[in-house]
Design a protein around this ligand. Structure first.
Ligand code: ATP
Ligand code: MG
Length: 271
């Protein structure tokens, strides 16, 4: 099952990365095996903190059919990725500024069945086109959950992948499935725990996952890098409901400090 990667996607991905080697834009995907673990929340706040660290960031909402970053950023985009795929708007027209300096958004479209239009490769063109602009330091992609073909396509296009998980047993089972899939083609996966009070809890779980991966003889060159944890907090759910970013609204809060450490590590480990 985990070997079932589209060869067509693979071919195009290698072409894409080769043709864009000169661009300064690094692609970072934020993904998860299980849904609802906090990917979009962390993606939006990580984009904000990366921009605070001097990076020019564009964030792409690639959750097919369930777009919600425009809600977190509290904007009503004129165009969505769906319009771009249909060729009814230009690249510049699908990029929306946000209220945060150096953070732009390509909004997703809720309720659309992209796959009816284009069965695969729906994201490759926009990712390649954004890279070709050579304008952004980081293209941050908020993927849907799971290991669908669309998610695989995005992950294999990415220079860096950050998996978000909780300590919930089903989230960990799904994380391992994601690790197996990513390890086929990539050498590294960064991991962040959400809803997790203690840094050490994540570290202990990652150690057991590494042992399991060694026992199961996954790609020897492959490494997982634990980069930090974010606690469960009402600050996060409340600011989300108010369509604001907790990292901006509550700069001194412990969850913002935790996420700042995650972002420091991201900058350190990103290729
Ligand atoms: N650390 C946290 N503490 C409290 N609530 C949180 C935390 N992280 C996320 N949430 C809440 O959890 C819910 C799910 O978060 P989010 O939408 O970011 O998850 P997701 O992984 O993007 O989900 P999906 O897989 O559906 O895209 C939201 O209501 C959000 O406010
Ligand atoms: Mg999401």
């Amino acid at each position: 099952m985990f070997n079932n990667i589209s060869t067509q996607a693979n071919k195009l991905v290698s072409l894409t990365r080769r043709s864009n080697k000169k661009s300064k834009t690094k692609v970072l995907s934020i993904t998860s095996g299980k849904g609802g673990v906090g990917k979009s929340t962390l993606s939006a706040n990580i984009a904000y903190l990366l921009a605070k660290n001097g990076k020019n960031v564009i964030i792409l909402d690639a959750d097919i059919g369930l777009a919600n970053l425009q809600v977190l950023f509290n904007i009503k985009p004129l165009n969505t990725i769906y319009d771009y795929i249909k060729n009814s708007c230009s690249l510049e027209e699908v990029i929306s500024p946000t209220m945060y300096k150096n953070v732009s958004l390509v909004a997703g479209a809720s309720g659309h069945q992209y796959t009816l239009q284009n069965s695969s490769m729906i994201f490759t063109r926009i990712v390649e086109d954004i890279i070709s602009l050579n304008r952004y330091d980081i293209l941050l992609i908020d993927t849907g959950a799971g290991i669908s073909q669309e998610v695989q396509e995005l992950l294999f296009l990415s220079d860096n992948i950050l998996a978000v998980t909780t300590t919930d047993p089903s989230a960990l089972t799904d994380l391992y499935a994601l690790i197996k899939m990513v390890s086929i083609k990539k050498d590294k996966l960064l991991i962040c725990f959400n809803y997790t009070l203690k840094y050490e809890t994540g570290a202990a779980i990652i150690n057991s996952i590494i042992k399991l991966a060694q026992k199961n003889k996954l790609n020897r060159k492959f490494m997982v890098q634990y980069i930090g944890n974010v606690s469960e907090s009402k600050t996060i759910s409340t600011t989300n409901r108010l369509r604001k970013l907790f990292a901006d609204q509550f700069k001194q809060d412990s969850v913002t400090i935790e996420l700042e450490l995650v972002v420091d590590n991201l900058i350190l480990y990103m290729e």
